[in-house]
Write a protein that binds this ligand. Structure first.
Ligand code: F6P
Length: 554
């Protein structure tokens, strides 16, 4: 029976038990001491792959920990699972679908069969369709209703139909071509709509309605409002096709909206929303940076796919990151994980990772419906350094919870200004160093004495100055963001999330939890707008409905 039909209870595996004992052995483990006693620690716990360098030496681990974590990955069937994913087995069991975002980055000539059909030619056909449209827009052959050049593209989409494209198109700003600006409209919020539209000229704006299902409320409402905006400002119905295109697996709905059939880019149900930036959902990326850079992005992700499939687990970057996450979530009670990119171009990375990780692994039952027996996905949060240092890093250093962090930093800046980048890099390293080293009571007291404070004052202040240290982090270094390295970086975290899902026995590719809120949203909307509506099921919701209606009646 396939592993996803009958997932193991990971907590019953021998290596889980061994890790539980090993965790007790590490109760007094000190990273400071480990570095002092082992000059090889950095080289033993670091590796390069796909243009990324990972230092994971600042973790609460020994060589034995790594061996046990790798054994756990093996016993939990990660190898079998990754082959099942790449081969297109229906590992998204609750939806009976294969999971094949990796097929989107496979070269021509390869073969993956889904329902008796090789899907790789379909993938490349869509890439050709994208190349054609991007080329026509970039060379001014595609023009607006009164023949003006397209200068602005608005992506109307939410969740995976927004976060990935926004992350990448903004991260690759130094690679921008042909002056097409990208804007994003996601939320159902009139203020966001007005703010985005205020920057645009109807004659030179192209809207991409990005929705795998073409049924997402926020996206449809924004698409309707954008169409009304276009028509109210001189755009004609007849030439609407020059201003609206769609990316969806629901072609009939897009055509019913008014989009020309040939301007509907397909999606497939074997690509999950949060894994879709590699498909035509990435059209705004391609419009911003050109198709050759988009293909470089795909090929960077492909190199990471190959690394993931072929590297031994001891040297496999996604597997190691995943297992370190399991180590902290399940053996050290860590509830969250911080991502701290020291790069302006990665400012949207955390938002993308939040959906990627939390929508994938925020689950409480295993693939077979049985309850999980250990904690699953952590809370993902963070933001760009150094800004975080002057805000929430305090909690990382002296707060009560243990929060593992991933630092991400380029060695070279696209925009050298004075010695900014040296300082940025130094800040990144000093943060992970401070988290690891901390400051002992003796060091805090010595420091205060050196400042000339008397003994009473030293004793009063010292407890506040102590930093526990021993707080784990990974540091990912890359030369600087390029389409290829960014592709590898995003794919790295996709695979990390996948491995963790396998360990926990959950389905990382469905998202039933978001459905209830959508259903209830429709019912609340009815009650807000219809005077004869039934009362809400609970007094709180009804009270808040009354508050809204009271305001709008007056
Ligand atoms: O509601 C969650 C979700 O389904 C995400 O998984 C998805 O990325 C997003 O909504 C948007 O969905 P669609 O692309 O179908 O509009």
């Amino acid at each position: 029976m396939a592993y996803y039909q009958n997932p193991l209870d990971v907590t019953s595996l021998p290596s889980w038990k061994a890790l539980t004992d090993h965790r007790l052995d590490l109760q007094n483990f000190s990273m400071r001491e480990a570095f002092a006693s082992d000059p090889q620690r950095f080289s033993d716990f670091s590796l390069s792959a796909c243009g990324l360098f990972l230092d994971y030496s600042k973790n609460l681990i020994t060589h034995e920990t790594r061996d046990l974590l790798v054994s756990l990955a093996r016993e939990a069937g990660v190898e079998q699972a990754l082959h099942a994913m790449f081969e297109g087995q229906p590992i998204n069991a609750s939806e009976k679908r294969p999971v094949l975002h990796t097929a989107l980055r496979r070269p021509v000539g390869e073969c993956i069969m889904v329902d008796g059909r090789n899907i790789i030619p379909d993938v490349h056909q869509v890439l050709n369709q994208m190349t054609d449209v991007v080329g026509r827009i970039h060379t001014n052959q595609w023009r607006g209703y009164n023949d003006k050049t397209i200068t602005d593209v608005v992506n109307i989409g939410i969740g995976g139909s927004f976060l990935g494209p926004q992350l990448v198109s903004e991260a690759l700003l130094p690679f921008t071509q042909n002056g097409v600006r990208c804007h994003y409209l996601a939320n159902i919020d009139g203020s966001e709509f007005r703010e985005v539209m205020a920057k645009l000229n109807v004659e030179t704006t192209l809207f991409i309605i990005s929705s795998k299902t073409f049924s997402t409320l926020e996206t449809l409402k924004n698409a309707q409002a954008a169409r009304a905006w276009y028509l109210a400002r001189g755009g004609t119905q007849e030439k609407l096709y020059r201003h609206f295109i769609a990316v969806t697996s629901n072609k009939p709905a897009a055509v019913a909206f008014g989009i020309l059939e040939k301007n509907v880019f397909p999606m497939w149900d074997w690509v999950g929303g949060r894994y879709s930036l590699w498909s035509a959902i990435g059209l705004p990326i391609a419009l911003a940076v050109g198709m050759s850079n988009f293909k470089e992005l795909l090929s960077g992700a492909y190199t990471m796919d190959t690394h993931f499939r072929t590297a031994p687990f001891e040297k496999n970057m996604p597997v190691l990151l995943a297992m370190l996450g399991v180590w902290y979530s399940n053996f050290w009670d860590a509830q969250s994980h911080a991502f701290l990119p020291y790069d302006h171009y990665l400012r949207n990375f955390v938002k993308h990772l939040q959906q990627l990780d939390m929508e994938s692994n925020g689950k409480s039952v295993r693939q077979d419906g049985s309850p999980v027996s250990c904690d699953t996905g952590p809370i993902i949060w963070g933001g760009v350094g150094c800004n975080g240092q002057h805000a929430y890093h305090q909690l990382l250093h002296q707060g009560t919870p243990l929060i593992p962090s991933d630092f991400i930093v380029p060695v070279v800046s696209f925009n050298p200004v004075a010695d900014h980048h040296q300082w940025l890099y130094a800040n990144c390293l000093s943060q992970s160093q401070a988290l690891m080293r901390g400051k002992t009571r003796a060091e805090a007291e010595a420091e205060l004495r050196e400042k000339g404070l008397d003994d009473a004052e030293v004793q009063r202040l010292a407890p506040h100055k102590v930093i526990p240290g021993n707080r784990p982090s990974n540091t990912l270094v890359l030369e600087r963001i390029s389409p290829r390295r960014l592709g590898a970086l995003i794919a790295l975290y996709e695979h990390k999330v996948f491995v963790q899902g396998v360990i926990w026995g959950i389905n990382s590719f469905d998202q039933w939890g978001v459905e209830l809120g959508k259903e209830l949203g429709k019912s609340v909307y009815q009650k807000l707008t219809a005077y004869e509506a039934d009362a809400a099921e609970d007094a709180s919701t009804q009270g808040l409905i009354d508050y809204f209606r009271g305001r709008h009646r007056g």
